[in-house]
Design a protein around this ligand. Structure first.
Ligand code: AMP
Length: 407
């Protein structure tokens, strides 16, 4: 195989994000986004080639087929068309791979059928991912298409972490267990943290805090995930932008029996109207910090609840791992919010955890340490790069021999 480019597709229900990456050197040739798909004339396309100006337009993009054709037309304009022999593979983000997919997988009919079979445990994500795959297949039927699963990195969790303490037969009949998500990010960030420390991933124990609009923590021992905070769905765990995270499950029965709410209404409440949004009306950490600094009590309480939960997970994963070499912050909040990082680790000096306030305040795009030089445990900010990880895994799978980024 001669091509060295991988097109990475992240297909959501109403959007497609894409990046074309040249694996010889790992440069991004183009990045883009088609959003508000199927929303009449209001769809938006934004395309940025590596060596040119961004192009942006709005107009009707009725479905994913039209979205990928719009993407293909934009790539064509830059001489990067999908028909290029340089294209080696298309890598797809697939949210739920269940227990079967522990590795990136070349997509065939059986793989498609299994992703479809998992729709009941990922009703929002897997259908959109499938649509993206099928559309990409129709555009380049000859090209290997690779699925990279958000759940795959977490399949190494032991049963003691993955099982809920409910009746085993009922759990197994409905495939109820903790799967975890954001796995591509946790894999990438834990490896990059080891690299930052100058050590092999196998020798390093890391707590990864992926704090974006969705948020999850994971405990990674020697490069393998041993626990993570999201569960059957992305609802469990940390306080997020709009999701509640952990809660007594009896709240749901109470809302049904006493509040007269339906299952769908509670689903929407917990996934869309909870978390920071539910607590203070904002889900953007920048705005919440602005309000806290201006003396807003609701925003201050929301921030405190967010930090309290985060701290509990740091402590829990410290205990799970026994020895911790590094805590790594990543994603929109983790990479950018110095107050969140400082508050999350405040008072944990007894665990060897501390943040150097000068280093913490420095902004930057590179992975960096923010702990004092003599700290027992390293604290790092590591920008995540899920697209590069998907491209790297896809390329490695279709062309193991000559991937310069895998060495
Ligand atoms: P993500 O889901 O990783 O794209 O993260 C999105 C979230 O990151 C936003 O909702 C904000 O809360 C947060 N965020 C982005 N930029 C900043 C910033 N400069 N400071 C604090 N939070 C930020």
């Amino acid at each position: 195989m001669s091509g060295s480019r991988v097109l990475v597709l992240n297909s959501g229900s109403s959007s497609v994000k894409y990046q074309l990456i040249d694996m010889r050197g790992g440069s991004r040739l183009a990045v883009g986004l088609v959003e508000r798909i199927g929303e009449g004339g209001g769809s938006r396309v934004k395309h940025t080639p590596a060596d040119g100006e961004s192009r942006e337009w709005t107009g009707p993009v009725p479905d994913h087929d039209a979205a990928l054709k719009a993407m293909a037309a934009e790539l064509d304009r830059d001489g990067l068309g999908l028909d290029s022999p340089e294209l080696a593979a298309i890598g797809h983000r697939v949210v739920h791979g269940g227990l079967r997919f522990t590795e990136p997988t070349v997509i065939d009919d059986a793989v498609l059928a299994e992703i479809e079979r998992l729709i009941p445990v990922a009703p929002l994500h897997n259908p959109a991912n499938l649509t993206g795959i099928r559309t990409a297949q129709s555009l380049r039927p000859d090209l290997p298409q690779v699925a990279v699963f958000d759940t795959a990195f977490h399949t190494t969790m032991p049963e003691s972490a993955a099982r809920y303490a409910i009746d085993v037969e009922t759990a197994d009949a409905h495939r109820i267990r903790r799967y975890g998500f954001h796995g591509t990010s946790h894999a990438y960030v834990s490896r990059e943290t080891a690299r930052l420390l100058g050590r092999a991933p196998e020798d390093v124990n890391v707590i990864v805090l992926h704090l974006g609009n969705g948020a999850s923590a994971s405990a990674v021992r020697g490069g393998r995930c041993v626990d993570t905070s999201m569960g059957l769905t992305p609802l469990e765990g940390l306080v997020m932008g709009t999701r509640s995270g952990d809660m007594d499950p009896a709240v749901i029965f109470h809302l049904m029996r006493v509040g007269g709410m339906s299952a769908d209404e509670i689903d929407t409440l917990l996934n869309k109207r909870s978390g920071l949004t539910g607590l203070c009306g904002d889900n953007d950490m920048r705005e919440i910090r602005r309000r806290v600094d201006a003396g807003d009590e609701r925003a201050a309480l929301a921030f405190d609840i967010y930090i309290h939960r985060l701290k509990k997970y740091i402590g829990a994963y410290y205990a799970v791992l026994g020895r911790v070499d590094a805590v790594a912050f990543t994603a929109g909040v983790g990479e950018n919010s110095a107050p969140v990082r400082e508050a999350a680790l405040a008072g944990l000096e007894g665990l060897g955890l501390a943040v150097d306030s000068g280093l913490n305040a420095v902004r930057g795009d590179a992975a960096r340490l923010i702990s004092p030089a003599d700290a027992r445990v390293a604290v790092a900010v590591v920008p995540t790069d899920e697209e590069m990880e998907i491209a790297t895994q896809s390329y490695a799978l279709v062309n193991e021999e000559c991937n310069p980024l895998l060495t």
